[in-house]
Design a protein around this ligand. Sequence first.
Ligand code: UPG
Length: 287
Amino acid sequence: KTTKYSNKTSSETDKNVCPEKPKDLLGLRLGNYSHVTKAELIEEFTQMEPGGHLRPQNCTPGQTVAILIPYRNRNSHLLVLLHNLIPFLTRQNVDVTLFVIEQAGNSTFNRGALFNVGFLEAEKFHRFDCYILHDVDMIPINDHNLYRCSENPRHFAVAVNKHNYKLLYSNYFGGVVGLLRSQYLQVNGNSNLYIGWGAEDDDLLVRVRAKNLTMVRYDVMTARYDMIKHKRDKGNAENPLRFALLKSAARRQDVEGLNTVSKHYQVLDIKLETLHTWITVSLNNSG
Ligand code: UPG
């Protein structure tokens, strides 16, 4: 690698353990949707270290967290997300690194594969304890929605404005979820086979349950999000095969996923920027 990356975690530099729940958390609040440029964010968030690494100055959190954001052509959403997420994570005392995993070219979007790529590439920098899989358009609006992993995989995006702050359906596992590193390995990550929109998030929940893990959620007041309004993206058409794939999710789990993604992708570029590590990847969706 040619660029420097601060691989030091807080635990190597500071022995004072952060409280699980910081005292000065804001509760429910309004999201900040003002127009902002990348340059303005860089100027505002002086606490960021290269590659989008953020950590508390006065204490050591119990875990290191990687946030993986699957991405293509959503710059305005990404800026709004960062504008909200960085102060939120700062208040929550998280030792976190932000990764954007951008799918290059025009091939049909594959969110599941991008998370697997993000996981493998992030691991080359640091073995994070906790992986949070985060859509670019989901803005958390309650600080008590703590971005940490626990003994059970967590569905964070429970109550979204688009659905009147109600759970969309009982098995919804989309938007934002968090798994310990060990759990992501145990479930063999996401399926790489969902090409286009839909059901890759449902497949991940099947994987979680098939390994006898229990998904947990915070309550609807805590786990609140605003989803930035958008139309269906070009290059992410509804996947007509999704229901058939979902039926075989548990059967495919051990033979297809994190352990097979390497044949599907090629990293074109990795940039350690101030606000994030940006990974550009070309995917061949050939199955
Ligand atoms: N995305 C891009 N660019 C694209 C397409 C998708 O960046 O061209 C990313 C982005 O992070 C986005 C995410 O993929 O937030 C999900 O795609 P989106 O079209 O926003 O899906 P939604 O219908 O808004 O979301 C629901 C779930 C989501 C799940 C999706 C399909 O909240 O987690 O992936 O349905 O199952």
